[in-house]
Design a protein around this ligand. Structure first.
Ligand code: NAP
Length: 480
């Protein structure tokens, strides 16, 4: 072992996996390293096929004794309370394992509370509907209604970039719907999900309702796909992995939340200072590693120079450095491979680098703005998932829409304009799951229906919408 691999942070935690109500070791470990320092910040027991099968067995046993809605809601509310009480610890763990600056980690920790709170509301609202039977001659003399029943066992697979709140978006709606879960968190960031599991247990969740198996993705994924008892797979991550999962599990309900190359249009009449302020903050938060991080900006030609003059200094003012520092805006990207890929894409672009384009002495990618890249430059047409944004002058709103839509992705997009009519005409023409007006499209509040079209996915999250995906309607017909 070299000196790098030996370094262990003083706060490093050792975590077992939760399977069937037991915290288990497997004899094998995943080392979780800080993306900033490289220090080991935790060790997590590593699961494979065997533990995943045991987790599914446990979930099956749990579902034999359904939990009433009021009990599920009560547990969800308690978890929200525990997240509030342990806010600092949760935020610090997110920061340690993901390298997310504390500012953003605190927001994520607070949002997870919101996700649990909204899910508790949904647990209490779960209801079917009356069917107007005498609307057809055949239905006369009959009464019918639907029940909303849990779909069954949910396999949940989550990415590294929101290790707490995106896990919360799987666990909390599943429990609200009455489903048991087998969770496979990202190998780079499994610690937050195990803390969430601990909080759910503390809140009174009985054995088997939540099982967490961190480990080799392909092995765990194969078991979740092949086992017919897993009724639904809910996946957040990259398109390559997500669409293959769906292809391999045609009989399951597969919900996909995938990537984006987020565009924003800036109209000529916009308050450019305000737009620049919002976009500078939202293109670089967590080093651009949000699925809706602002990546492509299209500015009407008349406002282009003013916008760039307002935008670039704001980008340069962002503080790049140690994510544990409460003042830091931009920290590291997740690992060396990501760093190299992003810098390679930047250097391969034909555009003019207005700022950034290189790394700091600590090896962190400096927030980078590229003007007028070619449409087929990777920074313009692929998901960068790094601290890089492009700025492009356009001659008309129609051209801006066309360029914004010229991507296989369709998660969120935005427009800044003072003209409400323009905004409302543009919103339906942007081929995305969500459109923000005078707000960066990085905006998300946890009760919103959130999800993409085209290659960005096939579902909507937000507890009310996720619960709909995780329940089935059972029709009951009564002869009167
Ligand atoms: P990723 O590489 O696709 O990994 C996501 C999860 O899938 C991880 O848990 C990973 O496990 C697992 N996985 C990988 N290969 C698998 C396989 N063959 N079978 C089953 N599971 C497998 O994505 P990421 O790099 O963590 O996250 C970044 C991507 O997520 C970006 O594209 C981003 O836009 C997208 N994202 C989308 C949303 C949204 O809501 N739409 C939100 C956040 C992120 P390992 O970690 O063990 O490899």
């Amino acid at each position: 072992m070299d000196s790098y691999t030996c370094r262990v942070a003083a706060t490093a935690t050792e975590r077992k996996l939760l399977v069937g109500g037991d915290w288990i070791e497997t004899g094998d470990w995943i080392e979780v390293r800080s993306p900033y320092s490289g220090d080991v910040v935790g060790r997590v027991a590593k699961a494979g096929r065997e533990e995943t099968r045991r987790a599914i067995d446990a979930a099956e046993r749990a579902l034999r004794e359904p939990l009433p809605a009021h009990k599920r809601a009560e547990i969800l509310v308690k978890v929200a309370g525990l997240l509030g009480r342990r806010h600092d610890e949760v935020a610090r763990l997110i920061c340690d394992e993901a390298g997310k600056p504390m500012k953003a980690a605190r927001v994520e920790a607070a949002r997870a509370m919101s996700t649990f709170t909204f899910s508790a509301v949904e647990a209490r609202k779960l209801a079917g509907e009356m069917v107007p039977m005498d609307a057809a001659q055949a239905g006369e003399g009959k009464l019918a209604f639907t029940l909303r029943l849990p779909i069954g066992i949910v396999g949940a697979i989550t990415p590294f970039n929101f290790p707490c709140n995106l896990v919360a978006h799987k666990l909390a709606p599943s429990l609200a719907a009455g489903c048991a879960v087998v969770l496979k968190p990202a190998s780079q960031t499994p610690l937050s999900s195990l803390l969430l599991a601990e909080l759910m247990e503390e809140a009174g969740l009985p054995a088997g309702w939540l099982n967490v198996v961190a480990g080799k993705a392909s092995e765990i994924g194969d078991v979740l796909i092949e086992d017919d008892r897993v009724a639904a797979l809910t996946f957040t991550g990259s398109g390559d992995v997500g669409w293959k999962l769906k292809e391999r599990a045609p009989r399951k309900r597969v919900s996909l939340e995938l990537g984006n190359a987020t565009p924003v249009i800036v109209d000529a009449n916009t308050d450019v200072e305000r737009a620049a302020e919002k976009l500078a903050a939202n293109a670089f938060s967590f080093a651009g590693q949000s699925c809706i991080s602002v990546q492509r900006i299209y500015v009407l030609r008349d406002a282009f120079d003013d916008f760039v003059a307002a935008f670039v200094p704001r980008v340069e003012a962002l503080k790049v450095g140690d994510p544990a520092d409460e003042e830091t805006d931009v920290g590291p990207v997740i690992d060396e491979d990501a760093r190299e890929r992003i810098l390679e894409w930047v250097h391969a672009s034909s555009g003019e680098i207005l700022t950034g384009g290189d790394a700091t002495h600590e090896g962190l990618i400096r927030p980078t703005v590229i003007a007028r890249p070619k449409p087929d430059d990777k920074v313009e047409c692929e998901e960068v998932f790094g601290p890089v944004v492009t700025v492009n002058p356009v001659d008309s709103i129609d051209e801006a829409i066309e360029r914004a839509n010229a991507t296989r992705y369709g998660l969120q997009a935005g427009i800044f304009t003072r003209d409400l009519t323009t905004a409302l005409k543009v919103a339906p023409k942007l081929d995305f799951g969500g459109v923000t007006i005078n707000e960066a499209p990085t905006f998300r509040s946890d009760q919103m229906p959130y999800g993409g079209v085209k290659a960005s996915g096939n579902t909507r999250e937000g507890p009310a919408y996720a619960v709909r995906e995780l329940t089935e309607e059972r029709l009951v017909v009564i002869q009167l």
